[in-house]
Design a protein around this ligand. Structure first.
Ligand code: ZN
Length: 242
């Protein structure tokens, strides 16, 4: 790609795309706020190839978050619609990269710093479709939790220790062992797991993180004993519906 032959800046009226939004956890209608369209043509007298690029600032119609979309098509790439009409398909890139299927743990800022950093990177890998790195990331988060809890030994023993200390249930430990094996195969066999498998791994991981680092804080914020018997009528009325 060389210097563009043409550049056109515009604010397309009514243009939109359906794009993933990690805040809305679904594909939502994104309005194009501003567009920079450029084209490049390489013509050597025998062959002529054109590339068209659209850089767009877009806004989610659900939550209002603003992000970036780049669409690029080439005269050499031709597809056909259902009616058989030819068109140049557009390759799409969005930034920040995200997955529709998974939002980050809402209370991730309550995690220990080391755990949070690895968890965030693993989540970014999932959103970017880097499935091998995402699987390695899930395993790395489990290892970081075990290090933070000062559990020694190999990961297999650390997970058993998490179970024995009551940090995860027996079923949770079984699933963490599956996550461990996912990380093993990603590391040694470079196996890319499907997004569905990775999301199941994140479900378990986040359940454990909430149980270890988030819920204890919420529990500490609640009164140890009910005060209904010693407070006034307003509070009693407020609690009567619970
Ligand atoms: Zn949104």
């Amino acid at each position: 790609m060389s210097f563009p032959n043409t550049i056109n800046v515009s604010q397309p009226d009514g243009a939109f795309h359906f794009l993933p939004c990690s805040t809305c956890s679904s594909k939502t209608r994104h309005t194009v706020l501003t567009q920079v369209a450029s084209s490049f043509t390489d013509d050597d007298g025998e062959h002529c190839v054109s590339v068209w690029t659209r850089h767009q600032i877009v806004q989610c119609g659900g939550c209002g978050i603003i992000s970036f979309r780049k669409g690029e098509s080439c005269s050499e790439d031709v597809d056909h619609d259902r009616a058989g009409n030819p068109f140049h398909p557009e390759v799409e890139m969005i930034y920040p990269e995200r997955s529709v299927a998974r939002t980050m743990l809402r209370e991730s800022d309550e995690l220990p710093e080391d755990v949070m950093q690895i968890y965030e990177e693993a989540h970014k890998a999932l959103g970017a479709g880097l499935n091998i790195l995402a699987a390695l990331g899930i395993r790395a988060v489990v290892e970081a939790v075990c290090a933070e809890k000062e559990l020694s030994g190999k990961l297999i023993q650390q997970i058993d220790a998490l179970r024995d200390h009551g940090h995860v249930t027996r079923d949770g430990a079984d699933i963490l062992h599956r996550v461990r094996r996912m990380g093993n195969s990603a590391a040694h066999e470079r196996t890319a797991h499907t997004e569905a498998q990775l999301i199941a791994g994140f479900e378990v991981l986040e359940h454990m993180l909430k149980g270890l680092y988030v819920i204890p804080g919420h529990a500490a914020a609640l009164p140890a004993h009910s005060t209904a018997a010693i407070v006034g009528p307003a509070s009693s009325a407020a609690s009567s519906g619970t």
